[in-house]
Design a protein around this ligand. Structure first.
Ligand code: NAD
Length: 288
């Protein structure tokens, strides 16, 4: 098997590789080695954030992979996110400059507002800065993370610009049907964060389906995301797992298997959020 090359076309006409690598909680050194392992395994999409403290090493891994002739910059899709403390029109635009310097890039392919932090009431001005950054070409596509209908309504009303993506917590046990339907109705692509969940890889339904396909539980869960049209970027510090998570092109799930995994939402031993509820999160986020 190999890494899938499927892409999703965003509402601004740009395309995004459906499968990527996430680098949350990786040390700078691990972010470097995982990014190199992912590119070597055929992954072309990396999801980082200012708040992860590893943009510089992701950038160095990209530069080294390009210098070694493995890929060109244009083959790659790089996402970063604005940290909460930098919300506001001027602060956001300045923070994008810092992220680009860290990454060693002149543009990111996707820039996201990491959390709305509704209580601070700065997300509308922040979104205006994102629109400016897209006009400047410093962010090809712009989107949000952890947004819900009320805050989506406000940023679209203020600017007339709909985010290209909304990155939200999704895994077996938290399939988020309502927010996904809301995103879809607005023309927003959905990205899944913490896609492998916590502990759910040992769920008997997932283990059974893995055995039926002769693949690993992680590969089954990654396919569950891909087969539903979600954009997904599992994280691992271990190069062999990065390669395993990329190696999902050779099989797909039946509709019944997708449904059986989604039904884990109703299993109290495995269901629920891992991270903060975006309506409450201020700094009480997984990164606090
Ligand atoms: P994940 O769901 O990708 O992985 C969870 C755990 O699974 C990790 O501990 C990992 O070591 C383990 N794992 C990975 N591959 C495995 C395999 N093949 N077999 C067994 N175990 C395996 O975790 P995540 O990092 O929380 O989420 C993925 C990415 O989503 C992040 O790295 C980040 O880029 C993004 N994210 C965004 C937000 C947000 O607020 N926007 C929040 C959390 C994560």
């Amino acid at each position: 098997m190999t890494a899938p090359t499927d892409t999703i076309t965003l509402n601004d006409g740009h395309t995004i590789p459906q499968l990527g690598l996430g680098v949350w909680e990786l040390t700078p050194e691990e972010a470097y080695s995982s990014t190199r392992a992912a590119i070597a395994a055929g992954i072309r999409h990396i999801d980082t954030a200012a708040g992860y403290g590893n943009e510089a090493e992701v950038g160095r891994a990209v530069a080294d992979a390009v210098a070694d002739g493995e890929v060109t910059r244009d083959d790659l899709f790089i996402t970063t996110k604005l940290w909460n403390a930098d919300q506001g029109y001027d602060d956001a635009l300045e923070a994008l400059g810092v992220s680009l310097d860290n990454l060693g890039l002149d543009h990111v392919d996707l820039w996201l507002i990491h959390w709305p932090v509704e209580k601070w009431d700065r997300y509308v001005d922040t979104w205006k800065a994102f629109v400016t950054a897209r006009e400047e070409g410093r962010a090809r596509s712009i989107g949000v993370s952890n947004f819900y209908p009320e805050v989506l309504d406000e940023i679209v009303r203020a600017t007339g610009v709909t985010p290209a993506v909304n990155q939200i917590e999704i895994h077996p046990g938290l399939s988020q049907q309502e927010q996904r339907a809301d995103n879809q109705a607005r023309g927003i692509a959905t990205e899944s964060w913490s896609p492998l969940g916590r502990g759910v890889l040992g769920h008997p339904v997932i283990e059974k389906i893995a055995a039926e396909h002769g693949v690993t539980p992680a590969q089954v869960v990654i396919r569950w995301h891909l087969d539903q049209g979600l954009i997904v970027f599992p994280r691992s510090r271990r190069p062999e797992r990065v390669a395993e998570n990329a190696d999902v092109a050779g099989f797909s799930l039946t509709p019944d298997q997708v449904e059986a995994i989604t039904a884990i939402d109703d299993d109290p031993d495995y269901s629920g959020r891992i991270g903060a509820d975006p309506r409450d999160a201020v700094f009480g986020t997984p990164l606090a």
